[in-house]
Design a protein around this ligand. Structure first.
Ligand code: PEP
Ligand code: MN
Length: 475
């Protein structure tokens, strides 16, 4: 059945941890899975619609629409993540906290691709490793919230849950199922523009100055970027001299899409049984994005999200926050990676600057004691969100840099390796995180605070992060 059974009380399901819900312990049967088997599991962050008719209609439409990405592409990403897990590639995953339908414009898509490409250059140069680029883009629409309501001008209204559920505008906060279909078309248009730009030379390594540092004020950062570009240009001209520049990988790159797999009705509708081109067997692929992750709020080992995720072929991520116990972590890996595929699971750690030193070593140890080989990525943003003096949500750039530096060091000290970074960023000159080479202060936040959810790194702060990693690797 497309919809969950009526015997489930949708209103009650809104509250997260009902005492009767067994959210711990594994009871997942490996051989009994289909895209709707999560319906029988307790769910958190659920969306309650006023009528299920509209939901049914939306899901029916989604089921009829073609896949957005293919098994071939998904398998390719899985192979690259295997390399990352083995320390032979580095992952850069980044983009908005909440992507809006309105971000589906030429300018916005280009600026996000541009910052990811600029960072890639710096990271390739620094890590000396092939880079795996994954955007939080073309579908990053659903948001988990710590509070389901908020007060606006003295009125209590539902919180914004992401453009595929309700609208940011206070008049649009009622969940609207037609937004699920809209999400598909905005993903498709975004993905189409990414694909056409890449196949037309947008990422050509011979033209890195085209990705100009339009919003970077600091002359020191500009000069460092120029050094990297000069080094790469020199390398390319040498390759031309010796006739080794014919590879098409210099003119284009692989770029993958990702989002939090939160809205399971949507994910279920885009999950298709398709032929695995490697062996012709038909398997379940989530065709809405190449990579999906489970948020820190929805990672209960016996909950609906883990149940959904365990059945798809896509490589998957799990956000790992400070409340994750080592036992839970191992149970989640046992469920999501029951076949022990190297790089199948990416652990995206987001502890916060005050927690990482204590927790990360225990998590590294716990995973080492298993036969799971994971990709370790640091998300230095989500554990470091705080309130600014004016009440805006912000992050201190120092905390972000320090958590990332600690992640690199702690992995090294524990005979492990950090395989990538996950960031909330934008290619624009926003003022949402304080600090960085632009030295933004609490007072500066008002200047261009554009985010509808979490504060993002600006173009210049993002490059600072890339240089931190590059410096650490070259020191
Ligand atoms: C996010 O990545 O936007 C997010 C909500 O993260 P987390 O689940 O780690 O809190
Ligand atoms: Mn976020």
């Amino acid at each position: 059945a497309r919809l969950r059974s009526n015997s489930i009380d949708y209103t009650e399901r809104e509250t997260s941890n009902r005492p009767s819900d067994d959210l711990t312990g594994t009871g997942n049967d490996k051989f009994q899975w289909d895209p709707t088997s999560w319906h029988t599991k307790p769910i958190v962050q659920d969306v309650v619609y006023s009528s299920m008719k509209g939901v049914e209609k939306a899901l029916q439409k989604l089921e009829a629409l073609p896949p957005l990405v293919s098994p071939y592409e998904i398998n390719n990403l899985q192979e690259k993540l295997r390399d990352a897990a083995l320390g032979k590639a580095f992952v850069l995953q980044g983009g908005d906290c909440a992507e809006l339908f309105d971000y589906c414009s030429q300018e916005r898509i280009e600026s996000k691709m541009k910052i990811l490409l600029q960072m890639s250059l710096v990271l390739i140069w620094g890590t000396k490793l092939p880079l795996v680029r994954i955007g939080r883009i073309a579908g990053q629409f659903a948001k988990p919230r710590s509070k389901l309501t908020e007060e606006v001008n003295g009125q209590v209204i539902p919180s914004f849950r992401g453009d595929n559920i309700n609208g940011f505008d206070v008049s649009e906060r009622t969940p609207d199922p037609s937004r699920l279909v809209s999400a598909y078309f905005h993903s498709a248009a975004t993905l189409n523009y990414i694909r056409s730009s890449l196949s037309s030379g947008f990422a050509d390594l011979h033209r890195p100055f085209d990705w100009s540092l339009s919003h970077v004020q600091s002359s020191a950062v500009k000069a460092r970027y120029r050094t990297v570009v000069d080094a790469i240009t020199e390398g390319l001209s040498f390759m031309k001299t010796v006739g080794a520049d014919k590879s098409s990988t210099l003119e284009s790159i692989d770029f993958y899409t990702s989002h939090e797999g939160l809205m399971l009705e949507f994910e279920q509708s885009l999950t298709r049984k398709l032929q695995d081109p490697r062996n012709g067997e038909r398997k379940w692929y989530n065709t809405s994005a190449h990579f999906l992750w489970i948020g820190d709020r929805t990672r209960q080992v016996n909950g609906a999200h883990v149940e959904y995720f365990r059945g798809i072929m896509n490589p998957v991520g799990v956000k790992v926050g400070p409340s994750m116990t080592t036992d839970e972590l191992v149970s989640i890996l046992d469920v999501l990676d029951s076949d022990y595929v190297v790089g199948k699971v990416t652990l995206i750690t987001r502890y916060g600057i005050g927690n990482i030193s204590q927790i990360l070593p225990t998590h590294i140890e716990a995973v080492k004691r298993t036969n799971h080989k994971v990709v370790w990525i640091s998300d230095p943003c989500h554990g470091n969100t705080k309130s600014s003096t004016s009440g805006l949500k912000t992050r201190d750039f120092e905390d972000i840099m320090n958590e990332l530096a600690l992640a690199l060091q702690i992995h090294k000290d524990n005979d492990s390796q950090l395989n990538g970074v996950h960031l909330e960023l934008t290619g624009d000159a926003v003022t949402e995180c304080i600090g960085g080479s632009a030295q933004l202060t609490h007072e500066d936040l008002e200047v261009r605070y554009d985010t509808v959810c979490d504060p993002r790194l600006s173009e210049s702060q993002s490059l600072d992060v890339a240089f931190l990693i590059a410096d650490w690797c070259t020191q």
